[in-house]
Write a protein that binds this ligand. Structure first.
Ligand SMILES: Cc1ncc(COP(=O)(O)O)c(C=O)c1O
Length: 362
């Protein structure tokens, strides 16, 4: 059976080599797997140039597990978190922190507006109790890229700590921890790293994490204890998803072979260019201004006469899976540009879109 291409990040389309890496058993306490875990942690730091400042703490689970672990471990009960929100994932970070009983303040923007660093600076001036700021680098709700470097500089200038949900950007958009002042970068295996789902990770400033011993109220989501576990004997504290770790390491080797995040970003940008040119010809309207759109996932306005379920089925029948929209206002659908997919795949997608759109219009 031919598998469809997943334009649904994520899970997303992975390379055959990555899938083949899952075809083996590993003893979780065996030296070979301990070496694989060490390679995973090293390679994650290399992607963000963080070896000098940060430590890599993988955690079993989807990306949200890393978000929750970070909120639980890095933010104390006397701290106050400011969450910058322009989409569903910003809302989720605020909800996670609130549920953990943390003090939370929020700043909101419209879903088609980037976070404005000058408004962040003003909020930090007005509320000296804020100790931490959280932001989503690429808001997957829309595909909008927030100005991470400017936000980080603003947060650092006022002595606060920045926590970044880099779920949809890590491995493609530039994140240089040698120059970016961030306490923690949180991401997962199954987006721009092009691995399978099941592994989350935090890259945490070593000095910050050292100060967080015993703070987490969770056993499994305690990032400090997880880190000490790796440092102690190289092993995972609890059963690791061994096949997912093996495949993610293979995915990281492939990222390196491709030329790193910059080369991957170029491929994704080429994918997006083909998609947008074709979608434009077919009369589809991009939701965001083009300069705000990251080459990760594109949101299109759904014309009133277009039935999304019918479009989904018609594209699935032609070998492509796409995503529904996630906007709070207005109808939309989304098409991902990331994964082991190329501009040639998007040329085929555009060819499939024309009859699929016709079939889905009433
Ligand atoms: C920006 C962002 N944050 C967080 C998440 C949550 O990750 P997961 O569904 O893997 O828990 C996602 C998933 O799409 C995301 O795109």
């Amino acid at each position: 059976m031919t598998r469809p291409l997943l334009l649904t990040p994520g899970p997303l389309t992975t390379a055959p080599r990555v899938r083949r890496a899952m075809d083996a058993d590993w003893g979780s306490r065996d030296p070979a797997f301990i070496a694989l875990t060490a390679e995973l942690r090293e390679r994650l730091l290399v992607v963000a140039n963080g070896a000098g400042t940060h430590v890599a703490v993988p955690i079993q689970g989807s990306g949200t597990y890393a978000l929750e672990a970070a909120a639980d471990t890095l933010i104390g009960p006397d701290d106050r978190l400011l969450v910058l929100i322009n989409g569903a994932y910003g809302e989720r970070m605020a909800a996670i922190a609130r549920r953990l009983g943390r003090q939370v303040a929020v700043l909101h923007w419209e879903e088609d507006e980037p976070v404005d660093p000058s408004a962040v600076a003003a909020a930090l001036r007005d509320d000296p109790a804020i100790t931490h700021v959280a932001v989503v680098h690429v808001e997957t709700t829309t595909g909008l890229r927030n100005p991470l470097e400017a936000i980080a500089a603003t947060v650092a200038d006022t002595g606060r700590r920045l926590i970044v949900d880099a779920m949809a950007s890590f491995g493609a958009l530039p994140i240089d921890l040698a120059t970016l002042p961030a306490a923690a970068i949180l991401a997962s295996s199954n987006k721009c790293l092009e691995g399978p789902p099941g592994l989350a990770f935090a890259l945490v400033d070593r000095a910050v994490l050292e100060g967080c011993a015993g703070r987490s109220r969770s056993t499994s989501l305690d990032l400090h204890a997880q880190w000490r576990g790796f440092e102690g004997n190289g092993q995972w504290r609890f059963t690791p998803p061994v096949q997912v770790v093996a495949a993610t390491v293979e995915a990281l080797r492939l990222l390196d072979a491709e030329g790193g995040a910059a080369a991957r970003l170029d491929r994704y940008a080429a994918n997006l260019d083909v998609l947008l040119a074709g979608a434009g010809r077919l009369g589809l309207e991009l939701y965001l201004d083009r300069d705000l759109q990251a080459p990760i996932i594109a949101t299109f306005r759904r014309p009133p006469d277009l039935d999304f379920a019918a479009l989904y089925d018609a594209l699935a029948a032609r070998g492509f899976l796409i995503y529904p929209g996630k906007l709070t206002r207005g109808e939309s659908f989304r098409i991902g540009c990331i994964g082991a997919v190329t501009p040639a795949d998007f040329t085929r997608l555009v060819a499939a879109l024309e009859p699929a759109l016709a079939a889905a219009r009433s």
